[in-house]
Design a protein around this ligand. Sequence first.
Ligand code: GDP
Ligand code: GDP
Length: 440
Amino acid sequence: MDPVIALVGRPNVGKSTLFNQLTRSRDALVADHPGLTRDRQYGVGKVGERPYIVVDTGGLGDDPEGVEAGMRAQALAAIEEADAILFMVDGRTGATAADEELAAHLRRQGKPVWLVVNKTDGVDHRLATADFHALGLGEPLPIAAAHGRGVAGLMDRVLDELPEDFTSAHDELQVEEAEGATRIAIVGRPNVGKSTLVNRLLGEERVLVYDMPGTTRDSVFIPFERDDRPYTLIDTAGMRRRARVRETVEKFSVIQTLKAIEAAHVVILVIDAREGITDQDTHLIGHVLKSGRALVLAVNKWDGLNADKRQAVKTGLDRKLAFLNFARRHFISALHGSGVGLLFGAVDKALEAARRDLPTPILNEILSDAVAAHAPPLAQGRRIKLRYVHQGGKNPPVIVIHGNQVQKLPGAYKRYLENAFRDELDLYGTPVRLEFRSGE
Ligand code: GDP
Ligand code: GDP
């Protein structure tokens, strides 16, 4: 499982600036999809081949009793869930009383902490960091988050010191998985019907469930077989069920969901047809999209809706999830079982599409047909030229297009191309990433 790194510090030290730096590459991938809400608190990033989850804890200020009390509780919970902490301070103000209080709290946690001194641009590093040795959290590490300076080095250092193939003590996953098992994560906000769906999927006639589920701190991993194919279900609602928690306000952990997504091959995202798409749904969808995982959309609680209501739900999905046109939608009732069996076929197809080889001659034919039907626009009086294309990766499929002035291609034209490749190659169920290389 990926390490969870929490950004902690007073307001205004630069946490959200660093958060943006650490999650930027992933965010750039969804920049062309209007309609997607960014989750400004949770993100996934990568240094080299090593992914990590970042949490911006917001501000932990000087006034624990005031309006910040709620924020403070959230930040403290995030520290609990984290595997490592980046404690940020402001190199321009020196250490404050609030810094000292936070440092004392972090020392008691016994988690790995890195002391990060931000805003060291244009100031002497030794002077800027001198004040912070006294916090007793090791060597102060200077960065300038706004300019990205020192950030890569910092993350190299942090990830180097966390164990390779990271599993935190509680995360030791002991589950016997069959070779080549497809891992399916069932995710969604509270009450959409995840638990009901898991029970229903495993209760299917043709499913052979092994009685050795594995558990992590966050999810239950359930290996099973259907039609001689091995799968592992990653059940994010399972821990709650096991603990028989009956809280009125559900504790919903985004971190848990992010980990399940990263561990999965295919995500089944469950949506409640009766509630429509909420902000929490679009945040989750954004995370799935960024992860590049194959995706099946299960629109649940389809039972008991009349024809008008069903049409309204479909129209709402088309409008709000236009950017998610690649995911197959299944209208199901987890409670009664209708549509549930079809999810297995959708999962298999999505994964097949994600892993498929895309032959270069066919890609080039699709590109030239698309360009002939709709030429790219002019940029500074010259036509943007798209010359040739090849596959750059799988799972998700990456399609690399070479040409001139390609960085000037508008988002709408990129979406047009993406849809052309998707339709011609029947690439449904998986996101597709277009990369553009300029030959100039
Ligand atoms: P947060 O409240 O801790 O999330 O802080 P923000 O990321 O919102 O940053 C607070 C202010 O500090 C903003 O005006 C940033 O532009 C500024 N800031 C952040 N990083 C740097 C930096 O590396 N150098 C300088 N000079 N300013 C920075
Ligand atoms: P979770 O929090 O996502 O795991 O959701 P649960 O599986 O606990 O379900 C939340 C509530 O929705 C429960 O009362 C379920 O009985 C109900 N529910 C789940 N699936 C369906 C469905 O397909 N139709 C209807 N009508 N109710 C459902």
